[in-house]
Design a protein around this ligand. Structure first.
Ligand SMILES: *Cc1c(COP(=O)(O)O)cnc(C)c1O
Length: 428
């Protein structure tokens, strides 16, 4: 596509965008009486207007039904998660039985590692990306210790080559193959939080399985951002938070995926609780844990109705959009336009003041565009915020900007470029 760095062009793109009006479903934070251009959906998605309504409904159910709300009302809490499962499945490319909302992300990462990290004396290592989100690093480190191994030897990190920012797929698959005999688990992010790189999840899964390892993904930055085919890619397990690209609110509920091929494996370890017990027999309160078939069998505590209601509100917007394919189609072009306007800024400034570290190729990225500011990065970032553009800042010099197809427009991207140029001219 031939982009133009003009307001008229951006507005014509918005007019032609069938998803443009979805932004009306969301509430934008304001500053000085003006809404922010919000480019931080990679960190915390915006509040859907429907959130207040669904919360109100559930507060009313609680008020009017109290304990009977578990089985009475329009959406009995006992079965409420099933409504969400139907809408979560198409977002991650899974069957309804393979997904379930529960807990929070890092907790689920631990629970799934309990099941799928099964080290033996010779095959006990975990391979992961260097520079993974810290919570994942800590979770993996502590799981390794829990099994009696030393993280220094039991964790293999795959790092970018010198002077490169992102990983090459062949370096990942080579590392898996080379260490194959010792690897019990391959655990990667779907999209890296810092660089915005979308890993070749299918290739990583194939390489992991060829090495006889389990393969899992943390999809915090991938779910709701890029189209996924967790079932078809034969991934063993995955989990994600729903408060980033899926707008479920701060601390929102997490989702898990377990491939159906594992459903009948009675030997998998679990840290069980009553809510994972067979649904029809749960209230017999009998001794001896028997899991509900499917991902639901990993539930531990009783279902979190309020966080689920918030997630449900946002999932309705995904349903309205037609789920991931239309969103992704817009997202590819919207972020490509951001690459374009940043390069236009560099051209005017006469040097690569803003180095884009996110891969430009579509298969290697989602919505997020990460840039390294050569000088005065923090001041530039603060200048953007002062001018109503909210992205986020990562030490020491990275600005992350994520145009989200549900609620960002081409005009948002154009204006961001204009402001970036103005601010740079003043500061540099
Ligand atoms: C955002 C994020 C988390 C956060 O985990 P919580 O348990 O929800 O606090 C963990 N891992 C990755 C990769 C993330 O991007």
């Amino acid at each position: 596509m031939n982009f133009e760095n003009t307001l008229a062009f951006a507005q014509s793109m918005d007019q032609a965008d069938p998803l443009h009006d979805l932004r009306e479903d969301f509430l934008f934070p304001q500053q000085n009486g003006k809404p922010f251009i919000y480019l931080c959906g990679n960190s915390l998605g915006l509040q859907p207007k429907a959130a207040r309504k669904v919360m109100e409904e559930q507060l009313n159910n609680w008020e009017n039904l109290a304990v009977e709300g578990w089985f009475e009302g329009d959406t009995p809490w006992m079965f409420y998660h099933k409504e969400l499962k139907k809408m979560m499945a198409p977002i991650v490319g899974a069957s309804v039985a393979e997904v379930c909302p529960m807990n929070t992300l890092t907790v689920n990462l631990h629970l799934l590692m309990v099941s799928f990290y099964k080290p033996t004396a010779t095959k006990f290592k975990i391979i992961m990306e260097a520079g993974a989100f810290p919570s994942d690093q800590y979770a993996i480190e502590s799981q390794v210790r829990f099994h009696g191994y030393d993280p220094a030897t039991a964790i293999i990190e795959v790092a970018p080559r010198t002077d490169e920012y992102t990983l090459r797929t062949e370096d990942i698959t080579d590392a898996i193959a080379t260490n194959g005999n010792e690897i019990a688990l391959v655990l990667f992010g779907g999209v890296n939080y810092f660089t915005g790189q979308w890993f070749d999840m299918e290739a990583i899964t194939k390489a992991g399985h060829a090495a006889g390892a389990m393969v899992g993904f943390d999809l915090a930055h991938a779910a709701g951002n890029v189209p996924l085919k967790l079932h078809d890619w034969n991934i063993d397990f995955a989990c994600w938070c729903s408060y980033k690209y899926q707008n479920s609110g701060p601390g929102g509920i997490s989702g898990i995926f377990v491939h159906e091929k594992h459903f009948s494996d009675g030997k998998l370890n679990r840290f069980a609780g009553w809510w994972g017990y067979q649904e029809q027999q749960r209230f017999k309160m009998e001794k001896g844990f028997v899991p509900e078939p499917g991902a639901d069998g990993w539930q531990v505590s009783c279902t979190q109705v309020m966080p689920m209601a918030l997630y449900y509100a946002s999932l309705q917007s995904f349903e309205k959009a037609g789920f991931m394919e239309p969103l992704r189609n817009k997202s590819k072009t919207l972020s490509a336009y951001l690459f374009f306007v940043i390069n236009e800024v560099n051209k005017v400034l006469g040097e690569e003041q803003y180095k884009i570290i996110t891969p430009i190729t579509e298969v290697d990225r989602g919505a997020q565009v990460s840039i390294i500011a050569k000088q005065k990065g923090r001041e530039v970032f603060q200048g953007l915020v002062a001018n109503n553009v909210l992205g986020d800042w990562r030490e020491p010099n990275v600005i992350r900007l994520s145009p989200v197809p549900l609620y960002n427009s081409f005009e948002d991207v154009f204006t961001t470029g204009e402001l970036l140029l103005d601010i740079s001219k003043k500061l540099l």
